[in-house]
Design a protein around this ligand. Structure first.
Ligand code: GLY
Length: 354
């Protein structure tokens, strides 16, 4: 078991990481929240059939009355209507302010379920149990919860920290190879911005089996990096933007294809490589860095090129311009393992995207 403490004053919490942790969650929740009598598990139609009953049993064994709220799997569920349905179900279950919401799933479940917990009765305790690699190393840590609006992704939300994050790396066994690699793109990102040794470690695994056999150490390294960043910038006004390395172009790629062709991690992979190829040409990043990134991305079947004209991606980004004003903060690599914020004018964006 590895424990990473996220030191956020009265909102501090622990991230616990271990293979086979799920059956212990009930006892841990009962100890953490002794006044809780009811627990609502929010999960989705992919994850619930695999793990929800196991979690329910663990909670019941710890003396909690449990209800399950299951949403349709997929990003299309992350909306106000589903949020409203979830809130109604929480109310119907007789939950009180001393009870607890547990989110069991990937990013959509964590984001929507976390926002439901933040808003139900003006806030009830919630616990994240992320089941995808992407959620285990990124979205479950740091308290960003949200739903999408018609106007864009994550436009209604809050910063609302969980009481604990329980990461059972055994749950990754049922993840498809594509989504294992999708999450790995974010792990490679952490290596690029903060930890060259982590980058080299990911680059060195013989294959996916070797990676999975050691995945606990990768998850712990990523969560520790994220915890240290979130502690310094909980509300995302500065340093936390480092986590956006590869995301500006990545989001444009995802959006250009209607979020249905490239996964989030695949978009980020393209963004990391393409931006670094440019900053290398501009003398910001040392020669050879983009090639090292390309090699590791390719090894895990992650794309480096979206196969679309950059001008079309710029058009997509321009639609978001009003959200950002006349400048944009890009994350560039000073070297592998050291990301930096670089504020540039919109006019300069094409130069950075090639
Ligand atoms: N996923 C980026 C952040 O939590 O800030």
């Amino acid at each position: 078991m590895q424990t990473i403490h996220v030191d956020l004053g009265e909102h501090a919490y622990d991230i616990e990481i271990a293979a086979g942790l799920l059956p212990q969650v009930g006892a841990k929740v009962a100890q953490l929240l002794p006044k809780a009598r009811k627990a609502a598990i929010i999960s989705d139609t992919n994850v619930a059939p695999l793990y929800a009953d196991k979690l329910q049993k663990s909670l019941e064994n710890a003396g909690l009355a449990v209800c399950q709220i299951i949403i349709e799997a997929g990003e299309q569920s992350k909306n106000m209507q589903v949020l409203s349905d979830v809130l109604e179900q929480l109310a119907a279950s007789g939950m009180t302010r001393s009870d607890v919401v547990l989110t069991l799933g990937g990013g959509v479940v964590g984001d929507l379920g976390g926002f439901a917990a933040a808003s139900f009765m003006r806030g009830v305790a919630f616990v994240q149990i992320p089941t995808s690699l992407l959620a285990q190393i990124d979205s479950s840590v740091g308290g960003k919860v949200a739903v999408d609006l018609k106007a864009g992704k994550n436009l209604a939300g809050a910063f609302y920290q969980p009481k604990a994050v329980f990461i059972d790396t055994e749950l990754l066994a049922t993840l498809s190879t594509r989504f294992l690699h999708d999450g790995l793109a974010e792990a490679i990102k952490y290596g690029c911005i903060k930890d060259a040794a982590l980058f080299e470690k990911i680059a060195a695994y013989a294959d996916d089996d070797a990676l999975l056999a050691d995945i606990g150490s990768i998850v712990a390294a990523c969560c520790a990096i994220k915890a240290r960043i979130v502690e310094q910038d909980e509300f995302d006004t500065g340093l936390r933007m480092l986590l956006n390395f590869g995301h500006t172009l990545g989001h444009a790629v995802e959006q250009h294809f209607g979020y249905s062709y490239f996964t989030h991690g695949e978009g980020v992979a393209i963004g990391m490589y393409q931006l670094t190829a440019r900053t290398e040409a501009m003398g910001i990043t040392p020669q050879g860095t983009a090639e090292r990134i390309r090699t590791v991305l390719t090894k895990y079947n992650l794309p480096c090129d979206a196969g679309v004209e950059k001008s079309l991606l710029l058009d997509t980004m321009a639609k978001d311009k009003k959200k950002n004003g006349n400048s944009i903060t890009l994350i560039v690599l000073k070297q592998l393992g050291e990301g930096a914020l670089q504020k540039i004018d919109w006019q300069s964006v094409p130069e950075y995207l090639g």
